[in-house]
Design a protein around this ligand. Structure first.
Ligand code: ITT
Length: 193
């Protein structure tokens, strides 16, 4: 069975595909022929996730789900938050991560969390699933796996940054994996065995 994931982000597709491996083949935006960067004009993860999923429903008449996520840093009043993908004004992970490190320079409160909100639209209804992981921001990036802010984020109770973990390790604990497990449980409930 196929499931459409309204994303242009290859890393998200890879993480999510691994989580859905046994149940669904995941199709991303390019797989359904959509080359649009869907505008994310909301001020919450919930709104932005819904903007992406509803775009596909309206333009392609396909049920689908979307993920909006970001990094909330306590000492920066929860920034970059919904602006995580373009914190510096550019959609450039390296530049955005550097800006975070610069703003965090000298700050002793390093607490942060990653959050994902998934919007699933099924039969015209919108269902939301959330995942959060707490952790802290390093002084310097470390690791070369993952994407985005992974090299500067260490989850609570771990010694390694997300970028030092492989996908399987990140998928055991991440914000996205937590939200995805809720989505998978929901989809399972609807399928009588
Ligand atoms: P789509 O909207 O096409 O799904 P995107 O990259 O624009 O892809 P978001 O709008 O959700 O995704 O932006 C989230 C940003 O937050 C993303 O670009 C990363 O910089 C960061 N981010 C989200 N999840 C992350 C993760 O698991 N690890 C590191 N950074 C993450």
């Amino acid at each position: 069975q196929e499931l459409v994931f309204a994303t242009n982000n290859k890393h998200k597709t890879e993480e999510v595909s691994k989580l859905l491996l046994n149940e669904y083949k995941v199709l991303n935006l390019s797989d359904i022929g959509c080359t649009v960067d869907i505008p994310e004009t909301g001020d919450t993860f919930e709104e932005n996730a819904f903007l992406k999923s509803s775009y596909v429903v309206e333009n392609y008449q396909l049920d689908c789900f979307a993920d909006d996520s970001g990094l909330e840093i306590e000492a920066l009043n929860n920034e970059p938050g919904v602006y995580s993908a373009r914190y510096s004004g550019q959609k450039d992970d390296q530049v955005n991560m550097k800006l975070v490190l610069q703003k965090m320079k000298g700050l002793s409160n390093r607490k942060a969390r990653f959050k994902t909100v998934i919007s699933l639209i099924q039969g015209q209804k919108n269902y939301l699933f959330e995942g959060v992981i707490n952790g802290y921001i390093l002084e310097n990036p470390i690791g070369d796996q993952g994407f985005g802010y992974d090299p500067v984020f260490v989850p609570e109770g771990y010694e390694q940054s997300f970028a030092q973990m492989n996908i399987e390790q990140k998928n055991q604990i991440s914000h996205r994996a937590i939200a995805m497990r809720k989505l998978i449980a929901f989809l399972k409930e609807q399928q009588p065995v």
